[in-house]
Design a protein around this ligand. Structure first.
Ligand SMILES: Nc1ncnc2c1ncn2[C@@H]1O[C@H](COP(=O)(O)OP(=O)(O)OP(=O)(O)O)[C@@H](O)[C@H]1O
Ligand SMILES: [Mg+2]
Length: 360
C-alpha cells in the first residue's frame, strides 16, 4: 500500500493540495488549521451536519454522504485524488468505518501512519505497546472470577464508554452484567469479550502530542479531560439523593472536553512517556507514529500516572486548543493548535519534498 500511495503522491499537484476529512469529531480543528496554512479543504459529511460546516466556513467544498462508509466508494476516492487530497483521519474514521477497509482499500494518501490505527480496536495490542514503553497501566483481570478490588468492565462496541460499569467482586459482576443486558446497555454475546480493568481512583488527564518526523521531536501540545455523562454529574447531587435513586448506573458517554494545564512537576514524566511510546511505535509499526497521538491517563494522589489507552491520531480533546492551547503557545507562539500543527508539518514536507515521510 505504501508504494501505491507514493505513486499517487507523485501525480499530485503540490501547489494545489487539499486537506480533507469526515465532517465530525475534530474536523473544524483540522480545517481551520489547514486554511490558516493556505490549503484548500474538503469536508465529507452527512446532510444533517452540513449546517455546522456552513456556519463555520472552513471547508471550501462539502460532499454529502448518506453514510460515512461511502468514503470508500471508488467515485469518491477518485474525486479526492483528483483534488490532490490528503486525508486527516480522526476518531470517526475508527468509530464508523471498517478499519481493514481504511487501511487496505482507501487509496487516498493519509497524514499519519494508517497501520497504527489497528491498535485502537485492540486493547491487548495497546497493552503490550504501553508495557514495552515502560508506562504504568491499571491491572487487568482475565476472567470475572479473578476480580479483586474496584474494577471497571468495558465491552466492545461501547463508543465513548457508554454503559461501562463498576464492580468489586465476582458475584457483583454477575448481578451487574445481567442488569446491563436487561437494560439494553450490553449484548449477551459481549459477555465473553468483556475487558476487566482495575479502576484507578484519580483524575483523568489526556495529553496530546505531535511527533514531528521532520524535526525528529515529540511535542506535548495540549492537555484536556473529558466531560462525561453521567459520571461527571454525580457530584451535583448529594449522597442521600443518590441512595434514593434506584438503579443509579454512572456511564462515561463523552459529551465534551475541558482544557487543562498540569502541575509543572508532572510535565517531565509526561514528556518522557510521549517519547517512549513513540520510540516503541517505530518497532511495532514502522515508521512509527507520524503526527498527533494521545494518551488516556489517570493521576492518583501519590501522584502516580496510569495510562489505560493510546490513540495514534488526532483526538477531539485537542479541539479545546483551537486558538488558545497553552503548551502549543509556549512551544510555537500564538495561535498554534493541533489542526494547524498538522497543516504546518504538511506544508514544510511539501516544500522540502518529503511528503512521503509523513503520509501512508
Ligand atoms: N482503569 C480505569 N480507571 C478509572 N476510570 C477509567 C478506567 N478506564 C476508563 N475509565 C473511565 O472510563 C472512560 C471510558 O473508558 P475508555 O476510554 O477505556 O473507553 P473507550 O470505549 O475507549 O472510549 P473512547 O473510545 O471514547 O476512548 C474514561 O474516559 C475514564 O473516565
Ligand atoms: Mg478511551
Amino acid at each position: 500500500m505504501h508504494d501505491e500511495i507514493n505513486e499517487i503522491i507523485q501525480d499530485y499537484d503540490m501547489n494545489k493540495i487539499t486537506i480533507g476529512t469526515i465532517g465530525s469529531h475534530s474536523a473544524l480543528n483540522i480545517f481551520k488549521g489547514a486554511k490558516e496554512e493556505g490549503f484548500r479543504t474538503i469536508c465529507l459529511c452527512k446532510e444533517e451536519d452540513q449546517i455546522t460546516y456552513q456556519r463555520f466556513p472552513v471547508a471550501d467544498e462539502i460532499i454529502i454522504l448518506d453514510d460515512f462508509k461511502e468514503l470508500l466508494n471508488r467515485e469518491v476516492q477518485e474525486k479526492l485524488r483528483r483534488l490532490n487530497t490528503i486525508l486527516v483521519p480522526h476518531g470517526s474514521f475508527i468509530a464508523y468505518l471498517d478499519l481493514d477497509e481504511v487501511i487496505n482499500d482507501l487509496q487516498v494518501p493519509m497524514f499519519g501512519n494508517r497501520h497504527l490505527l489497528r491498535f485502537e480496536s485492540n486493547r491487548e495490542k495497546q497493552k503490550i505497546w504501553l508495557q514495552k514503553a515502560g508506562l504504568k497501566q491499571p491491572r487487568t483481570f482475565t476472567a470475572p472470577h479473578d476480580i479483586n478490588g474496584l474494577t471497571i468492565a468495558k465491552f466492545p462496541g461501547a463508543k465513548g464508554g457508554k454503559g461501562y460499569f463498576l464492580i468489586n467482586t465476582p458475584e457483583a459482576f454477575q448481578t451487574k452484567a445481567k442488569d446491563m443486558i436487561e437494560k439494553g446497555f450490553m449484548k449477551k454475546e459481549d459477555m465473553d469479550q468483556i475487558y476487566l480493568q482495575e479502576y484507578i481512583f484519580g483524575v483523568t488527564i489526556y495529553p496530546s502530542y505531535f511527533n514531528s518526523r521532520l524535526n525528529n521531536e515529540v511535542e506535548l501540545l495540549c492537555v484536556d479531560r473529558r466531560y462525561e455523562s453521567s459520571i461527571d454529574s454525580l457530584g451535583r447531587i448529594s449522597a442521600k439523593e443518590q441512595l434514593n435513586m434506584n438503579n443509579l448506573t454512572p456511564t462515561y458517554t463523552v459529551v465534551g472536553n475541558i482544557p487543562i494545564t498540569i502541575r509543572e512537576s508532572l510535565l517531565s514524566e509526561y514528556i518522557r512517556m510521549g517519547d517512549n511510546v513513540t520510540k516503541i511505535s517505530e518497532e511495532i509499526a514502522p515508521p512509527g507514529i507520524i503526527g498527533p497521538f494521545c494518551l488516556e491517563t489517570i493521576v492518583t494522589d501519590v501522584p502516580e500516572i496510569f495510562t489505560f489507552e493510546i490513540s495514534a491520531r488526532i483526538v477531539a480533546g485537542t479541539n479545546v486548543g483551537i486558538g488558545i492551547s497553552p503548551y502549543a503557545y509556549v512551544k510555537h507562539g500564538e495561535e498554534m493548535y493541533m489542526g494547524k500543527r498538522i497543516a504546518k508539518e504538511l506544508k514544510v514536507a511539501i516544500a522540502k519534498k518529503k511528503l512521503n515521510m509523513i503520509v501512508t
